[in-house]
Design a binder for this molecule. Structure first.
Ligand SMILES: NC(=O)c1ccc[n+]([C@@H]2O[C@H](COP(=O)([O-])OP(=O)(O)OC[C@H]3O[C@@H](n4cnc5c(N)ncnc54)[C@H](O)[C@@H]3O)[C@@H](O)[C@H]2O)c1
Ligand SMILES: [Zn+2]
Length: 458
C-alpha cells in the first residue's frame, strides 16, 4: 500500500479508537424465553410483529414455540421466510413491503446471520424510506432509531444479535458489503440454545469457526479495549472447549449453550474492535459466488495469520496463551505458531477444506477491490494491504484446478461494477482531514440518535 494511504488509514482508525469511549455502543437486553418476548410486545402495545426468517427454519418448525407464545398473548404475526444465505437487497425490500402491507409495529429476527441482517436492514429501510440500501453501505449512514427489533440467533456464529453490522448483497452486482450503524444493534435478544440443537454438523463447524475469526481478528487488530480483549479470550476459550463437542454431537446441550455464548462474546469483541481482511475477502467471495460466510472465513483465517506474520505475532501469542490454546509459558513465536496450527487442525477435524472451489482468475481483481473498499481505511488490521496485495490471498485459497482457468463460475463477472464500488486511493492530506472530520460528525450524530433510541425503548 502507498505510504500516504497507509498514513490516512491509520489516522482514520486512530480517530475512531480515540472516540471509542464516547460512541453509543450498547448490548441488546436479554430475554430468557419467547414468552418474555411476547410479553414485551404486549407491553409495548404492538398488535402485529414481522418475523424475518428463512424457509429452512420455517420448514423445521423452529419458530413454532414463539408463534404459540405470540398467539396466546394475542399478538398477531406475519412470517417473512424468503431470506437467502448472503441475504440480498431484494430480500430486504420484500420484507419491508410485508411489514408495511400488514401494518406491523416490530420485527423479530429469527435465524442465523442472514435472517438477522436482513431484519436489521429491513428496519433501516422502514425508518429511511427514501434512502436505498446501496446508500447505507459503510458507517453511520442510517442514523435513525429502528422499529423495535428482537433477535433470536439459531446458529452460533455471527453474533449479529449484538453487533452494529448487517452484511447485504446487491443481487444485481453480486457486491456484498457491511452496513455499520449503532441503530442496527438489536434492542433485545433471546439466546436459547435449543434453537441450535438441530443445526447440521457442517453448519455447526463453519459458523463456529466464524465466531473464532471474529474473536481473533478483533484481538489482533489495533483498536482493542480491555473489555474486547477479555471477550475475545472468553470466546476463544469456549470455542476451544466446545466447538468440536457440538460438531460431533449436536444434541450436547452444554456445548450448544456455550457456543451460543461464545458467538455472543465474539460479537461484542468485534462490534467495538472490528474484524479484518479475512472478513473483507470472505464477503467478496460470498457476494460473487454465494460461498457460505463461515466456510470462507474458516479457510482464509490461517493463511491471513501466516501472511500477517510478525505484525500480529505478539497479540496472537497473547490470545493463544490466555485462551489455553498455547502453553502459558510459550514464547511469542511459538505461541503464535501454535494458534495458527490449531486453527488448521480445527478445520481439518471438522472436514473444512484448505481451498475454496470456483474462484475464477478473471473475478479476482474485482473482488480484491471490493475487499479493499471494505477494509480500508476502517479495519485496524495488523498490516495494511491494498487491492493489489489482497489479490494474492484469493490465489492462495484458490482450488488448483480453478487456477488453471477451469473454474465453472456460478455468476457473471462483476468487473464493470467495481469502479463504482471501490473508491480511488486518496492521495492528499486535505482528503485525510475531511474524512476524519466527517467521521467525527457522523459519530456525534449517532450518539445523539442512540440516546433517543435508548429513551424510546425504555
Ligand atoms: N451482522 C453481523 O455482525 C454479521 C457477522 C458475521 C456474519 N454475518 C453475516 O451472516 C450471514 C451468515 O449467517 P450464518 O453463518 O448464521 O448462516 P445463515 O443464516 O446463512 O444460515 C445458514 C444455513 O443454516 C440454516 N440454519 C440456521 N439455523 C438453523 C438451525 N438451528 N437448524 C438447522 N438449520 C439452520 C439456515 O436455514 C441456512 O440454510 C452472512 O451473510 C454473513 O455475512 C453478519
Ligand atoms: Zn463473520
Amino acid at each position: 500500500m502507498h505510504p500516504v494511504r497507509k498514513l490516512w488509514c491509520r489516522i482514520y482508525q486512530t480517530a475512531f479508537r480515540i472516540a471509542l469511549p464516547v460512541l453509543p455502543y450498547r448490548e441488546p437486553k436479554p430475554l430468557k424465553t419467547f414468552g418474555e418476548a411476547a410479553d414485551l410486545l404486549v407491553r409495548k402495545k404492538i398488535a402485529r410483529v414481522l418475523i424475518v426468517t428463512d424457509r429452512n427454519i420455517t420448514q423445521l418448525g423452529l419458530a413454532r414455540e414463539l408463534e404459540q407464545d405470540l398467539t396466546e398473548r394475542g399478538v398477531a404475526y406475519t412470517i417473512f421466510d424468503e431470506v437467502v444465505p448472503n441475504p440480498t437487497i431484494s430480500n430486504v425490500e420484500a420484507a419491508r413491503e410485508r411489514y408495511l402491507a400488514d401494518g406491523c409495529g416490530a420485527i423479530i429476527a429469527f435465524g442465523g446471520g442472514s435472517a438477522m441482517d436482513c431484519a436489521k436492514v429491513t428496519g433501516a429501510r422502514i425508518v429511511r424510506p427514501k434512502k436505498p440500501v446501496t446508500k447505507m453501505r459503510g458507517i453511520l449512514r442510517v442514523l435513525r432509531p429502528l422499529p423495535l427489533l428482537i433477535a433470536v440467533p439459531t446458529t452460533a456464529g455471527t453474533g449479529s444479535e449484538t453487533t452494529l453490522a448487517a452484511v447485504i448483497t446487491d443481487d444485481k452486482t453480486h457486491y456484498k458489503y457491511p452496513i455499520n450503524d449503532f441503530c442496527l444493534i438489536p434492542h433485545y435478544a433471546v439466546l436459547d440454545y435449543r434453537t441450535t440443537l438441530g443445526l447440521p454438523a457442517h453448519i455447526t463447524a463453519t459458523t463456529g469457526m466464524d465466531a473464532l475469526v471474529h474473536a481473533t481478528e478483533a484481538y489482533i487488530g489495533r483498536s482493542t479495549t480491555r473489555e474486547t480483549r477479555e471477550r475475545a479470550i472468553e470466546a476463544v476459550s469456549l470455542i476451544r472447549s466446545y466447538l468440536l463437542r457440538a460438531y460431533r454431537d449436536g444434541s450436547d446441550a452444554e456445548a450448544r449453550a456455550q457456543m451460543l455464548h461464545a458467538a455472543y462474546c465474539a460479537g461484542i469483541a468485534f462490534t467495538k474492535s472490528y474484524v479484518g481482511y479475512v472478513h473483507a475477502v470472505a464477503h467478496s467471495l460470498g457476494g460473487q459466488y454465494g460461498i457460505a460466510h463461515g466456510l470462507a472465513n474458516a479457510v482464509l483465517l490461517p493463511y491471513f495469520l501466516d501472511e500477517y506474520g510478525e505484525a500480529c505475532e505478539k497479540r496472537l501469542a497473547e490470545l493463544a496463551r490466555r485462551s489455553g490454546v498455547a502453553a502459558a509459558d510459550a514464547e511469542d513465536a511459538e505461541a503464535a505458531r501454535t494458534f495458527i496450527t490449531w486453527t488448521r487442525d480445527m478445520n481439518e477435524q471438522m472436514g473444512i477444506p484448505t481451498t475454496l472451489p470456483g474462484i475464477r482468475n478473471e473475478d479476482i481483481p474485482a473482488m480484491a477491490a471490493h475487499a479493499d473498499a471494505e477494509g480500508n481505511p476502517l479495519y485496524p488490521v495488523p498490516r495494511l494491504m491494498d487491492a493489489h496485495e489482497l489479490e494474492r490471498m484469493y490465489h492462495v485459497v484458490q482450488d488448483p484446478a480453478d487456477a488453471d482457468g477451469d473454474a465453472e463460475g456460478t455468476h457473471e463477472t462483476v468487473g464493470e461494477t467495481v469502479a463504482a464500488a471501490a473508491p480511488a486511493a486518496p492521495g492528499i492530506v486535505a482528503r485525510m482531514k475531511r474524512a476524519v472530520r466527517a467521521a467525527g460528525r457522523r459519530a456525534r450524530r449517532a450518539a445523539r440518535r442512540a440516546r433517543t433510541t435508548i429513551r424510546h425503548n425504555r
